[in-house]
Design a protein around this ligand. Sequence first.
Ligand SMILES: [Fe+2]
Length: 422
Amino acid sequence: MLKKIDTRELKIGMVVEKMDRSWLEHPFLTNRKKITSYSQINKLLEYSIDEVYINIDLGLDVEPEEDIEEETEPEIEIFEPEPPPPPIPPPSPQTYRPASSPDPVVFEEELKVARIVQKEARFVVNDVMHDVRVGKNIEGEKVSKVVGEMVDSIFRNRDALASLTRIKGYDEYTFVHSVNVCALCVTLGRHLDFDPEQLRQLGIGAMLHDTGKMMVPIEILNKPGKLTDREFLEMKKHPIYSAEIMARTNGISEQAKTVAIQHHERYHGNGYPYGLKGDEIQLFSQLTSIIDVYDAITSNRCYSKAMPAYEGIKKLYEWGRTDFNLPFVESFIQCLGIFPVGTTVQLDSSEIGVVISINHEMILRPQVILLFKDEIRRYPTPVIVNLSERTADGGRFARTIMRPVNPAQWRINVEQILAKVG
Ligand SMILES: [Fe+2]
C-alpha cells in the first residue's frame, strides 16, 4: 500500500515508491528506493522534493509520534546545567554608536582578499570540528589568528566579508554556519563601533559557538525530521559542551566562552540552557543569538529550506519583539541593509538585478548589477547602477526597488554573479 508523506518524515528503512517528479528531476537512478541513510533524505530535500509516496508493504511505515515516545523512548534524562557563570560587564554604552568612518578599501578590491580569508576560516573550522569529534583539544591560536584576519578585513571594508556569507553550502552546514556567524558578528560589531580586540573576542566566541554539536550523536544532529523530546534534550546540551571545549583551549577568554554558552538564551527568558533574560545575557551573546538565527533560517538545513535574505530579515524583525533585544535587531538590519547583498530585485524601471553592495546612508538604495531590461529582455552585458543616483535634472531618483524577486524564476545564479563582481 502506498502512503503520501512529508519528505521530512522519512526514516531509514522506509521504501520510497514514487515521487511527483519525473525521473530526470530526482536524484535516484530508479523511482523505487529503500532509504538507507540520512544523506538520501537530505538529497531529496535538496531537489525540493517535499512529499513522497512510501510503500508500507515493502518497508517501514510512519509511526504515530505518541507511540514512538511512549513505547520506544527510554526515560527522559533530566538535564540540570551548572549555574550560569557570573555576568561579564558589557562594553560601555558609548561604544554602541554606529561606525561612520569611510572604508579605506573599496568593496570590489576587498572582496578578493575576503574570499581567501573566508576559505582559510572554513579550513580552520573544519579542523576544529574534526578535533572535537575525535576527542582532541582544539588549536586556539589558529582560531584566534584567522578571526584576527577577519577583523582586519572588516576594518578595510565593512561589507566584503559579510557579502560572502550568502554563498551557502548544503552538506557542511555546521562548518559554513560557524564561519558565517563569525563574519556577520564581527561586521555588526564594527557597525556598533567596538574596538578590534572586542571584535576578536566576539568573533572567537561566534566561530566556536557550535563546536559542542560535534559531541551530539550524528543521527540527532543530521536528523531531517522533528526531534523527539529526548533528542531535543540532548541537542540542548551543545552550548554547555561548546563552553567546556573552549575552557580546555589555550587563549580563549571568558567573554568568548560566554558567547558560546549563551547563544541560545532568549531576551525574554524563553531560551536555554539557563533561561536567562534581558541583560543577564551578555551583550555579545545577544548579538550572536540574532545572527545565529538569521544565518540558520537563510541556509538549507537537513530539516528546512533556506528562506531568501530579505525574508530572513522580516522574520528577525518579527521575533525581535519576543526573542531578541529589538534595537540590536534593528542595528543588524541597518548594517546588512533591508535588501542584503545577493538579493534579487525588480526596479520601478522593470529592470531586474542583484544587490551587490549596501549603501549605509540610504539602506533602500544599494548598488545593483542589472541583468534584465525587463521580464523578458536580458542585458547583453550586465550594468552596475547606484540607486542613490538621481535623474539628469537632479530631481527624483532614477531607479527605485519595487520588490524582491525569486532568482530561480529568471535563472539567475546569484553566487556566480557575486563571484564575478569581485
Ligand atoms: Fe547552537
